[in-house]
Design a protein around this ligand. Structure first.
Ligand code: ATP
Length: 363
């Protein structure tokens, strides 16, 4: 049933445009993550798909049929909201089985579903507990299992792993995804956590101010960001501005100081102002190699696997680099370094109409 198609969805609250013309297609069996900062309109999107909220404009199609004004119960969608209201008078087991119970599933199937759900959410020993006896994370896991066991075709998940500790969150990512695939459900999973989206999704939709900026595979969104905002929100980036000298076979831009920088080919017109974005993990530094830009090491933060290095360029701009931890001791604050990247790792954008600073702002 759920090939989901949204066409021009709009929803405003006074002056706030929570959905500002959303177009989206989700294929049957797809795991889509909607990634965006707080206030981007992620919850509004899910609530409109679930039927809890009627859009001001636009249409929602399930499997080609117009469901825009169809009642919640008819949608075969299970929404796991951030408030995950469990039934307080029911145990963990009864809560999980609620959806299947009302659909009158047979006992054997129920038993199997219950065991795999309790196992997935690590609550096998707590099936007789009531919600008030559980921690916040356990309640969230119960609600997640309830949504998965509901028999719905479409799973709408609003930050489903939010209340969990880091280790459990990471292990549940893969298990949740594979269970959704095994159950042949379609999932729309909303998160502000880029790692979660990249690891779990077949495709990622990046949303901001009620608009989808880009939709693509995790690799596409990571390697070929559509806008500077996406480049910075999905993996932090450094940005350099300059004048376009050429756009193919690779793009060259000249900074105001006269340094020529390289990036992937683009469609930009020579003579226009452009922004070149490079992920901090692709921004390398060296004391020996002659690179594009000169900078001084200001601060080094040990992050386990990597060192996060803050740099001050000669023109006063601050940038960062992420290098492997084995380089600890080989670079130190105060060192003069050259900054460079592979040209295929630089993405060139036209200067955003409102300027780079506004473009990058996260509300
Ligand atoms: P978060 O990650 O913080 O949950 P979000 O991306 O889910 O954010 P929404 O909850 O969809 O964002 O909200 C989008 C915008 O709409 C926000 O500016 C929010 O304040 C506003 N908004 C949402 N619901 C209402 C409401 N009932 N009344 C007024 N404004 C609302």
């Amino acid at each position: 049933m759920p090939d989901v198609k949204l066409v021009g969805l709009k929803k405003s609250y006074g002056d706030i445009k929570a959905a500002d013309g959303l177009d989206l297609e989700v294929k049957d069996g797809e795991y889509l993550c909607v990634l965006g900062p707080t206030g981007a309109g992620k919850t509004t999107l899910l609530r409109m798909i679930s039927g809890l909220l009627v859009p001001d404009r636009g249409k929602i199609f399930f499997d080609g049929k117009d469901f825009t004004r169809v009642e919640i119960e008819e949608r075969k969608a299970a929404l796991l909201s951030q408030t995950y209201a469990l039934f307080p008078q029911l145990t963990v087991e009864e809560n999980i089985m609620f959806g299947l119970d009302i659909r009158g599933a047979d006992e054997k199937l129920k038993e199997q579903v219950l065991i795999s759900m309790l196992d997935l959410v690590r609550l096998s020993g707590r099936s007789d507990a009531y919600p008030r006896e559980l921690s916040g994370g356990m309640q969230q896991r119960t609600a997640l299992a309830r949504a998965l066991a509901s028999g719905a075709d479409l799973l709408l998940l609003d930050e489903p792993l939010r209340a969990l500790d880091a280790r459990l969150r990471i292990s549940l990512r893969t298990e949740l995804r594979s269970l959704v695939k095994t159950l042949k459900m379609t999932a729309i999973h909303v998160t502000h956590d880029q790692d979660e989206a990249l690891v779990m999704a077949d495709r990622v939709a990046v949303i901001r101010e009620g608009r989808i900026l880009q939709i693509g595979t995790p690799k596409e969104v990571w390697d070929e960001p559509a806008t500077p905002f996406v480049a910075n929100f999905v993996g932090q980036s450094n940005f350099f501005t300059g004048e376009v000298l050429q756009s193919s076979p690779f793009t060259l831009i000249r900074t105001p100081e006269g340094t020529v920088l390289k990036g992937r080919p683009s469609e930009l017109t020579p003579g226009t102002t452009a922004v070149l974005g490079v992920k901090i993990g692709n921004t390398d530094i060296s004391k020996e190699r002659k690179g594009y830009l000169k900078a001084k090491v200001e601060r080094i933060i040990f992050e386990g696997r990597n060192l996060h290095v803050d740099l001050m360029m000669d023109n006063g701009q601050r940038i960062s680099s992420k290098v492997p931890s084995w380089r600890k001791g080989k670079i130190a604050p105060g060192d003069a370094v050259d900054v460079y990247w592979e040209e295929s790792k630089g993405t060139v954008f036209p200067m955003p109409p409102n300027g780079l600073e506004n473009e990058l702002k996260v509300e």
